[in-house]
Structure formats: C-alpha cells, structure tokens
Design a binder for this molecule. Structure first.
Ligand code: SF4
Length: 232
C-alpha cells in the first residue's frame, strides 16, 4: 500500500456526493465529542446519549447506513466534523514510537471525489483544519499510552490504545466505568471543579486542559496507590 509523508504530492476535490458518509464507524475522542456537542448546542452527556452508539465511542448510523449527522444538504456538523472525516480520503497512522505515515483510505466505488497532485499532504491537512484535531488527539493518546506503559502493554497502533486499556481492565468494574466516563468531558470537568471549588472554564481549550489533568491524576493514582502497580 502506498505510503505518503507530509511533503508528498497530493490533492483531493470533494464533489459532495456524500457517499463516504455511509456504512462507516466513525470513532470520536472526548475533544471531538465536545466540538460536536457545541455545534449542536448540547452538553457532551446529551450528545453521547443522542448521537453515539450505546456505550461506545462511535457515531451512530441512520437506518440506511448514513452517518447520524448526514442531511440532504451534506454533513450537518461540517465545521466540527471529526478528525477521521476531515482527513478523508487519507488515513494517518502513528506507531507507539510516534512515527507518522499517511495512506489512501478505501473510497466508495462510485465516489465523485477527484484525486490529484496539485499540492502536498501538508497543504491538504491545513485546508481541512486538521492541526488542532491532530494535536488534541496526540495529547489524548499520549495519556492513554502512559496508562498502557504502566501496565507494560505494547500496542502497535494508537487507534487500539483505548480499547486495549478497556480489555486490560475488563475485570475491574470501577475502572471500566471511569474509562467510559472519560468520553464525557462535561461530567469530568464539572465533577473536578466542584470537588476543588473551582470555577468551571467555559473555553473548550481550557476545559480540555483540565480534563487531561484529571486523566493524568487518575492514572497516577492507579499506578501508585491502586491495584495495578507499575510492572516495569
Ligand atoms: S460527521 Fe459529517 S462528514 Fe463525518 S461521516 Fe458524519 S456526515 Fe459525514
């Protein structure tokens, strides 16, 4: 399979056929959930309850296989669509060591999108507004990797990291619950601010920072004082 780097020639023109929005499982992280919630004027709790698969970090689909956010006019959350939608028709792969590569996603056989070489992969990423999504994804995954390091679990692909963490803790109900709740940024931030008598930040970037600190604290607690001692 062809491997691309940021400076590889690449361009893509979307003709809004929307065929790429069918029969997919779109995975979302807490930042993407928060962006989608803002877009819909909902809390993250409401967004998760109404638009995600039950108990899973994936967007729901409509009965015909269309993404839950697809409308007759195209994506109904375009400005806040998740990373995987922005980066399509590419996929980014990262190893646990942070090596990055890009690959062509499998297109719908009748896609009207046009592939070209008028720019570079980097140009495409910038035009799709990907930098903040990639940065947050990397911060989030780094915390999850820390969790897996503590457990001495090797994971080849960052997409598998959180699922692996859930599997490792599958016999611990309280940790399973915590991992599930991590998707719900509003709950995590509100609980933390109430417990520490802090004003809840309004800005999403500040909320994200609080959220990641809570995750770090949780990992430290479970690695130092919890049942799961550092095995390295
Ligand atoms: S979020 Fe938007 S772009 Fe992504 S699959 Fe759903 S409708 Fe398509």
């Amino acid at each position: 399979m062809e491997e691309l780097a940021r400076d590889s020639p690449f361009s893509y023109t979307c003709h809004q056929c929307s065929r790429c929005c069918y029969d997919k499982r779109i995975q979302v992280n807490p930042y993407e959930v928060a962006r989608l919630a803002q877009n819909k004027g909902l809390s993250t709790t409401e967004l998760i309850a109404n638009y995600l698969e039950l108990g899973k970090p994936y967007l729901d689909n409509q009965s015909d296989g269309a993404c839950v956010f697809l409308t007759d006019q195209g994506c109904g959350v375009h400005a806040d669509r998740p990373l995987v939608c922005r980066i399509y028709p590419l996929e980014q792969r990262l190893t646990g060591e942070g090596r990055e590569s890009f690959h062509y996603a499998r297109p719908h056989p009748e896609t009207e999108g046009m592939y070209g070489q008028a720019g570079t992969v980097k140009d495409f990423l910038m035009a799709q507004g990907l930098p903040p999504f990639l940065e947050v994804r990397d911060r989030y995954v780094a915390v999850v990797y820390r969790l897996l390091d503590i457990l001495a679990q090797d994971v080849e692909d960052h997409e598998d990291a959180l699922e692996t963490a859930k599997d490792v803790f599958s016999d611990d109900a309280s940790i399973q619950q915590a991992l599930g709740e991590w998707l719900d940024m509003d709950v995590v931030v509100a609980r933390h601010c109430q417990a520490h008598r802090l004003n809840e930040p309004f800005d999403l970037e500040e909320r994200l920072t609080v959220y990641l600190e809570v995750m770090e604290d949780w990992i430290n607690h479970h690695s130092i004082g919890g049942n799961h001692e550092n095995q390295t």
